[in-house]
Design a protein around this ligand. Structure first.
Ligand code: NAI
Length: 242
């Protein structure tokens, strides 16, 4: 019998999160599919995963609520008994020039993209520490590495995630837990569909935008294959230099 493995992927009803959930399912993980509001999309992800012959279940919770994350992690443990891998993927943008940025736009992005990593990872890390194994991947962004005009809130959150990744990796390494970040470039999802990206491919050495599977394969590699990789930020951006 193959060893049971369980992964929690946040924001897995669509886009990069969904692709990560499917890629990990192909590697034999049972998947806890977190979603914010679109139950139908989450159930579709679950069905696609179940077709691959592993367990999956959808969990509605808002990653920007500490209480909701704690409750959800307890429920996932009741259902699956363990969490071996965590992908902190859920995220939003509320772009705008800094001088016009509202508190609401600032706080929404920091809460959803950065505080969420604390809220979800805190209960999960306790479980991984007891098991003395685990792998965590945080979805950062090139905006958190290079900065991006109109995204001070988003870049701050993503740069925060990178610091979080490196610090947590140092704390958790001796317990057999690895923590890495992926920094995607421009990936074709709902998040980027309204951006004006004309001419952007000229600045990308691979001459194309990325797709969710490009990111998912890297996440799967970091979780499954990168057994001596921790505290790293892997750019998956087609070579884009901003
Ligand atoms: P998306 O908008 O298609 O997916 C984001 C997912 O997060 C959705 O499923 C959404 O429901 C979920 N989500 C949002 N707020 C939530 C909340 N409060 N609680 C639970 N779930 C919530 O976007 P995409 O592109 O798939 O983004 C996934 C991650 O990748 C995000 O963290 C994003 O910042 C990051 N990223 C995306 C890039 C791109 O070019 N698409 C580039 C760099 C990073």
């Amino acid at each position: 019998m193959t060893e049971k493995k369980v992964a929690l992927v946040t924001g897995a009803s669509r886009g990069i999160g969904k692709a990560c959930a499917i890629e990990l399912a192909k590697a034999g993980y049972s998947i806890a599919v977190n979603y914010a509001g679109n139950q139908e999309a989450a159930e579709n992800t679950v069905k696609e995963i179940q077709k691959l012959g592993v367990d999956a279940k959808a969990y509605q919770f808002d990653v920007s609520s500490k209480e909701a994350c704690e409750e959800a992690v307890s429920k996932i443990i009741e259902d699956f008994g363990q969490i071996d891998a965590l992908v902190n993927n859920a995220g939003i943008t509320r772009d705008g020039l800094f001088v016009r940025m509202t508190n609401e736009a600032w706080e929404a992005v920091i809460n959803t993209n950065l505080n969420s990593a604390f809220y979800v990872t805190n209960p999960v890390a306790k479980i991984m520490m007891k098991a003395r194994k685990g792998a965590i991947v945080n979805m950062a962004s090139i905006a958190g590495v290079y900065g991006n005009a109109g995204q001070t809130n988003y870049a701050s959150a993503k740069a925060g995630l990178i610091g979080f990744t490196k610090a947590l990796a140092k704390e958790m390494g001796s317990r057999g837990i690895r923590v890495n970040a992926v920094a995607p470039g421009f990936i074709q999802t709902d998040m980027t569909k309204d951006l004006k990206l004309d001419g952007i491919t000229e600045h990308i050495p691979l001459r194309r935008l990325g797709n969710p599977e490009d990111i998912a394969k890297t996440v799967k590699f970091l979780i499954e294959d990168g057994t001596y990789i921790t505290a790293q930020v892997i750019g998956v951006d087609g070579g884009l230099v901003v």
